[in-house]
Write a protein that binds this ligand. Sequence first.
Ligand SMILES: *[C@@H]1O[C@H](CO)[C@@H](O)[C@H](O)[C@H]1NC(C)=O
Ligand SMILES: *[C@@H]1O[C@H](CO)[C@@H](O)[C@H](O)[C@H]1NC(C)=O
Ligand SMILES: *[C@@H]1O[C@H](CO)[C@@H](O)[C@H](O)[C@H]1NC(C)=O
Length: 245
Amino acid sequence: MVRYLALLILFSISVVNSKHLPSFIKPCKKSDPEFKKCVKDNAIDALPYILKGDSMSRIPNYLPFEVPLVATTATQGLDLQLHDLKLYGMNTTKIEEVDFDLDKQHIYVKVFIPDSTSESNYTVEGKLFSFVINDKGPAKTRIENLTVEYTIDYQLVTKRDGKRYIDIDSLKNKLDMHIGKGYYYFGNLFGGNKALTDNFNQVLNENSKDVDDISKDGMRSLIASMVSGLFSAIFKIPYDEIFID
Ligand SMILES: *[C@@H]1O[C@H](CO)[C@@H](O)[C@H](O)[C@H]1NC(C)=O
Ligand SMILES: *[C@@H]1O[C@H](CO)[C@@H](O)[C@H](O)[C@H]1NC(C)=O
Ligand SMILES: *[C@@H]1O[C@H](CO)[C@@H](O)[C@H](O)[C@H]1NC(C)=O
């Protein structure tokens, strides 16, 4: 009944133990000379259904995608947390490449997200561009032309039902991101001092390339959990039903 693939970036589903599997996942023939195209086309076709969510197979709604907490850690001396983040614009996602290498047991996905925005409530402590900040308030971001490339290895495991399943090796993944342009806004800084807040946001956006690195750090954990969640939902489908002879 169900079938196959929709490799995407973005999904947080914890446990999927339902027998219901989404009908928008279609199989590809391993012997198809256009196998790669089949995988990509199916992923593109499945994308709008995935983004809308599917409660029966426990795929949440991604329009918007909601996350309780995004924390950044990579920037020394800065502890930034974004709470109750809502991410808009996933419906602009374009799948540029999907490569499923059945011999090397390797998955590659490249997506392009032209325009995404987020709203959240931040807490921040530390130092940035020589400003000492220790505040909380509303945060907004806009990312134009985000490219995400994700690669991951997998193994095949035979489960008790005798069927083979894809088992993602989450330690063997690689995530590359490129941001065209980022825009950032933090409200209510410096105890609510408007002049200082405006000044800080101006410095932030004049140096947005540097802020992009903090932004990527936040997205890294976000995307990794989205992807592993999506994979764990899709790979409840036996391998031989996703890739048929
Ligand atoms: C994405 O969704 C937003 C908000 O619902 C809408 O305004 C926009 O036109 C949509 N864009 C695409 C490409 O579907
Ligand atoms: C941020 O917090 C305020 C006040 O608690 C709340 O009204 C608002 O909805 C929150 N924003 C988000 C994006 O959760
Ligand atoms: C985003 O990409 C579009 C089309 O690829 C391009 O025309 C535009 O200049 C880019 N904008 C930025 C800010 O990178």
